[in-house]
Write a protein that binds this ligand. Sequence first.
Ligand code: SAM
Length: 251
Amino acid sequence: MVYFIGAGPGDPELITVKGQRIVKEADVIIYAGSLVNKAIIDCRRVDAEVHNSASMTLEEVIEVMERGVRQGKLIARVHTGDPSIYGAIREQMDILDEKGISYEVIPGVSSFVGSAAAIKKEFTLPGITQTVILTRMEGRTDVPEKENLEKLAQHRASMCIFLSVHMIDEVVKKLAVHYPVTTPIAVVQKATWEDQKIVIGTLADIGDKVREAGINKTAQIMVGDFLGNNYEKSKLYDKDFSHEFRSAKNE
Ligand SMILES: C[S@@+](CC[C@H](N)C(=O)[O-])C[C@H]1O[C@@H](n2cnc3c(N)ncnc32)[C@H](O)[C@@H]1O
């Protein structure tokens, strides 16, 4: 059996209980060493076989899984954050399907929510926005033209931009076509790790702040008015608003 496990953004306590149980029991662990905190797999068995997928190809990863499964072993494939976001798990799952190998996916805390927690913000503020866009800038890997950052910026929703901090000036240029340059923007590097860095500014000054902080990888760029201080109170806890679990106080 193969388990795809979301390791969370960095803090070893942010893996799920279920994910950690599988890591503890696994005979074989294949972890994405470029991003997963090695402390996540410290709880492994002393005799567990460990592979760092950072230096492996897709075929090599599958080969390790297939060999292990043939020998009746439990395989933990550990991805950073949540594996469904830029995790490249679909291609692995499709090959396992073809080979008739069973697997399960255990979700994880994605770095975008780890980053919101680090700066203590809520993406979906009433009266401001009810939408979160997760995306990235095109770089060495394409993004479909209809999802160009400039087009997505038209919504002025809360936006989390992965894999792009090394292109911060280009990101800002595209965002500024629709967001006012006074719009708040935050960059969190290595959210939830001990050496986490947080930089907060506006579209006008974030490029310089990011350079001053020496941030050029493993960072989340978050933009939108959810970072500001204007919003409406939620209806959910409004004393004059009734819902399935509570009547309005004046009813
Ligand atoms: C290949 S993607 C993997 C994303 C991961 N599956 C997730 O759910 O967070 C790597 C990118 O995720 C973001 N990232 C991953 N870990 C991070 C962290 N601890 N803090 C901030 N951003 C992080 C960065 O944008 C990085 O370039």
